[in-house]
Structures are given as structure tokens and as C-alpha cells.
Write a protein that binds this ligand. Sequence first.
Ligand code: AP5
Ligand code: MG
Ligand code: ZN
Length: 225
Amino acid sequence: MQVILLGPPGAGKGTQAKMLTEQYGVPQISTGDILRAAVAAGTPLGKEAKTYMDRGALVPDEAVTGIVRDRLTEPDCQAGYLLDGFPRTVAQAEALTRMLKELGTSLPTGVSLDVTEEELIRRLAGRRTCQACGEPFHVEFHPPRVGGICDKCSGNLIQRDDDQEETIRRRLQVYREQTEPLIGYYQRQGLLKTVKGLGDTGDIVCTDIEGPRRVRRSNCRSAVP
Ligand code: AP5
Ligand code: MG
Ligand code: ZN
């Protein structure tokens, strides 16, 4: 399985990626998670990235493309991968096509998660993320069993720095201007599926990616925590 999860902030890319990773055993490559880890570690990349992330802007293409190039050459990506949050600009998409050609692998399927803006804002404002394993929760839609504690690993749940209302609005604007054009870019190449991103998290992506013969709905539901 080689998949690009496309969609605006809060569409559920991370949520779907975590479920598909468990189900298919392919790694999730989230540029957002990799950048947040670099920020937390205080690396030169993290220090540079923070100045963009804090204001909801995109980190420069070259930095992000380099991260993905390195990650895709690791052995666990040979059987497939889920790209979450990359590519985010047409330049990144073109760079991805070039790097996959160099690696001699086929182009991934793009899956675009379609969610209304009102719902995106509600999701991001109420999101809590496990500091240890990255599992996403929501105070209303997917609350943890014990307040503030991750169901999976008992790590602490935190609110992301960029989930403040002003930054959320800026991220949505950046999405519309710089990332939404990728929908047409992949559509024109016949590489895109659009999926309704509303409803039960267990029903959203899995049947649409692999088709009902390979993934039964009951399997999808069982992947929901
Ligand atoms: P990144 O971390 O990629 O953030 P994003 O794209 O803004 O997306 P989010 O992670 O906010 O949302 P999501 O779609 O993963 O939703 P989730 O599953 O968590 O990027 C952050 C920053 O890093 C960027 O702004 C940029 O600065 C930088 N960056 C990253 N990649 C870059 C790149 N390629 N180039 C340049 N810069 C880059 O779900 C959200 C909430 O909704 C959760 O609470 C969840 O529980 C809930 N939820 C999910 N599904 C459902 C459902 N079906 N029903 C109800 N609630 C649901
Ligand atoms: Mg995410
Ligand atoms: Zn956890």
C-alpha cells in the first residue's frame, strides 16, 4: 500500500493513518510529526521549522522534501507507506514524483478527505494528542477513557501549539492557497480518490482504499480504538 493522505488541517489524516498503519503494518510518514519531534529536540531543523509552524505557515519545500527523501529510503518503506501531510505544495508533489522514479517505485494513490470548514475548526479546537505515541483524541468526539491520559500508552495528552483559533484559521487559509491545488494535480493524473471525511472514523478510508473485497467493514471497525 502506497498512499498519500490529502486533506485540510483537521480532516483526519493522522487519525486514518494510525488506523491503517495498525491494519496494514506499513509506516505512517507524517512530516508534521517529524517536524514537531525536531522542534522538541531543539535541532537546527527544528529551530528553523518552529518559526513557520508557530504562525501556521509551511516550512520551506527543500527542508521537508529532504526529510521525506531520507525516510522513504529506509527499509520499512519497501512494502509501502502512508504519507500524512506531504506533499503540501505542487513543488513538493513534483519532487516526490522525481524521488519515486529514482527509487524505481510506482506513484502512490492520493486519498483526499473531504470535511466542511465548520467541522474542521471544531475538530482542531478540541483535539488532544498523546505526547508519547501521537495518538489523536478529541474532547467531544473521541475522549480518552481517563481525562488527560492516552488510552493506548498512558502518556499525557497535550494541546498542539498551533491549535489556537487564530493559527487554525491561518493554516486553513494556507491549505486553500497552497495545498488544495494538489487535488486537481493528482486528479488530472488519475491518481486521486475523494472520500467523505465525516462520520465514524472506522468507516472512512479503509474500504475506499482497498475495496470491500480486501477489507471488510468489520475489520475497519475493529481498528477503531
Ligand atoms: P501537520 O501536523 O501535518 O498538521 P495539519 O495538516 O494541519 O493537519 P492536522 O494534523 O492538524 O490534522 P489531521 O488531518 O491529521 O487531523 P487529525 O487526525 O489529527 O502540520 C503541522 C505544521 O507542520 C504545518 O502547519 C506546517 O507548518 C508544517 N508542515 C508539515 N508538513 C509540511 C509540509 N509537507 N510542508 C511544509 N510544512 C509542513 O484529527 C483532528 C481531530 O479530529 C482529532 O481530535 C481527531 O480525534 C478528530 N477526528 C478525526 N476524525 C474524526 C471523525 N471522523 N469524526 C470526529 N472527529 C474526528
Ligand atoms: Mg495530523
Ligand atoms: Zn499514547
